[in-house]
Design a protein around this ligand. Structure first.
Ligand SMILES: [Zn+2]
Length: 339
């Protein structure tokens, strides 16, 4: 550490849990922020300010005006230019801390690129918006022995849980399968920025413990909180499940590209997402989507306009996204409106 770094991080070094040794470890560490939206842009900013030496960001989306109330790194100009979130975040992070090496991937995190993006991480922070990707992160992290921190927020409610392979329960110990049906999302249930920063802060605190050489200080706990109703609750995470497919049996199906809900092109300008695992109640979904745009439903299908796209959603969980031939856009819209 040089004199400028010693001064820059002096207040963090003074904190007994970090010290000079911890700061040296942070400067030599590598964190991956998976998903660079509300949670992820907070993670990235906090870790860059803390002096984490290398940051890898991955995100498939573009900055929109409706992101700005909760996505800390982005500005009006990013939305006006519709910049990819990973690229906009990287630019801002370099301005916040030029000493940090930032790598940005504008891509959908999949089994095909997981090794390239997540490999070599000392910790992975979950800033994703769907369980399919979280199960992929869990399989990758558990199989490689990399700690990762699960986090999610919607409305005024949030949850966070660290996963330390071989020591704590993994995500599949807690959720053996992804939840079924349409999940509430930020697009359908709204979100307060205060819960985003609260959940993201819990995740960052655990990441700082891990990266500074204090992984033993990470508690195997699930934290839930509601910043509107009040209340923060911590419960001991369940013990590791010997029958857990991932950390118990060592099966990692999400690392196989075929485990993913496949997408196919239909015609020149539409993509079908074949999600077969969930049954949807179209009447409930119609009520949820009605405030957001034009929606029409019958018992066979629901049609929802999200200009410049249109989604047709079926009761067996399939959806056709018209207006694009890009699988990443189709998956992104699916996650936004169905969870
Ligand atoms: Zn497990």
């Amino acid at each position: 550490m040089n004199a400028a770094e010693r001064e820059r991080y002096s207040r963090q070094i003074l904190f007994a849990g970090i010290g000079e040794r911890g700061q040296e470890a942070l400067l030599a560490s590598h964190a991956v922020v998976a998903g660079c939206g509300a949670l992820g842009s907070f993670h990235a900013a906090a870790l860059a300010r803390a002096g984490v030496g290398r940051l890898t960001l991955i995100d498939r989306d573009y900055v929109e005006p409706a992101n700005l109330h909760r996505q800390w790194l982005f500005e009006e100009s990013d939305a006006a230019e519709a910049l990819p979130k990973a690229a906009a975040a990287a630019r801002r992070l370099r301005a916040i801390n030029s000493g940090v090496e930032v790598r940005a991937a504008v891509a959908d995190l999949t089994a095909a690129n997981a090794e390239e993006v997540l490999g070599g991480a000392d910790v992975i922070l979950d800033g994703t918006d769907n369980f399919e990707t979280r199960f992929l992160i869990n399989d990758f992290a558990v199989s490689r022995g990399i700690p990762w921190i699960y986090g999610a927020a919607v409305g005024s409610y949030g949850i966070a849980m660290p996963v330390i392979p071989r020591r704590t329960a993994c995500l599949r110990c807690v959720y053996p399968e992804p939840p079924g049906g349409a999940q509430p999302t930020c697009e359908t249930a709204g979100i307060l920025n205060a819960v985003v920063s609260a959940v993201a802060s819990l995740q960052v605190a655990d990441a700082l413990k891990i990266l500074s050489g204090n992984a033993g200080a990470v508690q195997a706990r699930i934290t839930t909180l509601d910043v509107w109703e009040g209340g923060i609750r911590q419960i001991e995470a369940p013990p590791r499940d010997a029958a857990c497919p991932a950390c118990g049996l060592g099966e990692f199906p999400y690392l196989e590209e075929s485990a993913r809900a496949p997408v196919t092109l239909c015609g020149r300008n539409a993509v079908q997402v074949h999600e077969s695992e969930r049954t949807l109640d179209l009447a409930v979904l119609e009520q949820r989507l009605a405030p957001l745009g034009e929606v029409r439903a019958n018992e066979f299908a629901l049609r929802f306009a999200v200009p410049p796209y249109e989604m047709t959603i079926f009761p067996d969980g399939r959806a056709i996204v018209k207006g694009t031939a890009d699988a990443a856009i189709a998956r992104s819209l699916y996650a936004k409106y169905l969870g």
